[in-house]
Design a protein around this ligand. Structure first.
Ligand SMILES: [Zn+2]
Length: 445
């Protein structure tokens, strides 16, 4: 069997040192990787159908004949959602013995989602992540300080596992105040720092005022970052800031940027990716199926993130294909008087209006006559409200002609509210676009 041979090659490759492993994996033709994906998918499907009570019942309810299914797209309108995880509980998804679990709350619900894993899975994901970090030039002689939040969060465990295979020196600070981190970090002379994007921006503001030190790269995960904020971090440290894209449910390992920083190289060894409900540009919701999880496999899991699959080769030459930049969360896309808008629209309007790292949020309301977009922004000096309003309107007019036309036609009102720095964000994540009209409707239903 071709897929068996390929699996053996992959297993051997992942046990080699990273440089040789990447070379060996690059030599596999994409048809071979696809054959391996299909074999792994069928195995995952059988495992889920026999051991997970959730999938057993769902497959029966949807009348799915497993013998005929070779690819997730053949499952029609069957999907797994975050809501399924919340409503049924992770236990109904389990197919094997779990060694550990992690949690995520997301931006729209306070009910946690839990994902369970085995130690074997942690080791495997560590090996794959080590390859990605090797491509970013993380080496044995480097000194890493990580400020990833250790509280129920998956990322610290994944990177700790990856560091074992690279053998670099590393210290875990946890997510502490950036100023305290700055003062205590210097002793260890780290040349690589891991943290969440918004935390990294605050650390960089401190370093800009007090002095930066030589850095090889910075690595952020857990949320998105604007290109303006990324540029600020890179300027302060004179080093690149790379992003990882993942979710707790996916084991944090969906994709990682290369030095081109133009999309995330996706992990086709461990997942099959699909994009559903595509628009004319190919953007839609990312849906993934796990291929190598024994404890809690997920089939056609809706990520709620809007992006596209990029199959054209990357300038870096790496064999792994890409996922484009994440445009928005599906639940943050809003159809309103302004048009069909998502966070990227407001990020673009505000891109040169706010200080790097200043938070913002757009709330869509309705005053009974028309939709009202309330744009809340953080400012250093609240007396600059008038200037910000002017800039926002000018940017809207110049960059989004359609949305501006709707404004001229009085299809919506646009208001700008200003707040002090650091006051908008309550938890780790901030929901960028909130549709309060929808919430009112939900409450009525
Ligand atoms: Zn690349």
């Amino acid at each position: 069997m071709l897929s068996k041979t390929i699996e053996q090659v992959e297993r051997i490759a992942l046990r080699m040192e990273p440089r040789r492993a990447i070379g060996l994996l690059s030599s596999l033709p994409s048809s071979a990787i696809e054959a391996m994906q299909r074999a792994r998918f069928r195995r995952t499907l059988r495992l889920a159908a026999t051991r997970s009570s959730f999938y057993r019942e769902q497959f029966k309810r949807y009348g799915i004949n497993l013998r005929k299914i070779e690819h997730p797209s053949q499952l029609g309108d069957f999907f797994t959602t975050g809501e399924d995880l919340r409503a049924h509980g992770a236990e109904e998804f389990l197919t094997g013995h779990a060694d550990t679990a992690f949690e995520t709350t997301g931006t729209t619900s306070h009910v946690v989602k839990r994902a369970f894993f085995s130690q074997k899975e942690i080791n495997e994901i560590g090996r794959t992540s080590a390859l990605a970090l090797h491509l970013l030039c993380l080496r044995r002689e480097d000194r890493v300080l990580s400020a990833f939040d250790c509280s129920f969060w998956i990322s610290p465990v994944v990177v700790r596992s990856a560091f074992q295979y690279i053998n670099c020196f590393h210290v875990e600070a946890g997510k502490i105040e950036p100023l305290e981190f700055y003062e205590r970090a210097r002793f260890y002379r780290p040349n690589v720092i891991f943290g969440e994007p918004s935390w990294m921006v605050r650390l960089s503001e401190i370093a800009e005022a007090r002095g930066a030190w030589p850095m090889k790269f910075l690595f952020a995960g857990g949320e998105n970052i604007t290109e303006t904020a990324r540029y600020m971090v890179e300027r302060v440290w004179s080093a690149p800031l790379y992003l990882n894209y993942g979710q707790t449910e996916s084991f944090g390992a969906i994709g990682v940027e290369c030095k081109q920083k133009n999309g995330y190289h996706r992990n086709d060894l461990n997942f099959i990716f699909e994009v559903v409900d595509e628009d004319e540009e190919g953007y839609g919701e990312l849906v993934y199926t796990t291929l190598t999880r024994d404890v809690m496999p997920l089939i056609r899991y809706r990520s709620t993130d809007i992006t596209r699959l990029v199959d054209e080769p990357c300038a870096c030459g790496l064999f792994a294909k890409r996922i484009g930049k994440i445009r928005a969360r599906a639940d943050e896309m809003v159809v309103c008087g302004m048009g069909n808008v998502g966070p990227w629209v407001f990020a673009e309007i505000l891109s040169d209006a706010l200080a790097p790292g200043a938070d913002w949020q757009a709330v869509i309301k309705n005053d009974g006559r028309r939709d009202v977009i309330e744009l809340s922004v953080e400012l250093e000096d609240l007396r600059h409200q008038g200037e910000i309003e002017n800039r926002v309107r000018a940017n809207l007019r110049e960059r989004f002609a359609d949305f501006w036309r709707n404004h001229e036609m009085k299809l919506y009102d646009l208001k700008v509210n200003v707040f002090a720095r650091g006051s908008l964000r309550g938890g780790r994540k901030l929901q960028r676009v909130v549709d309060e009209r929808q919430m009112l409707m939900r409450r009525v239903v």
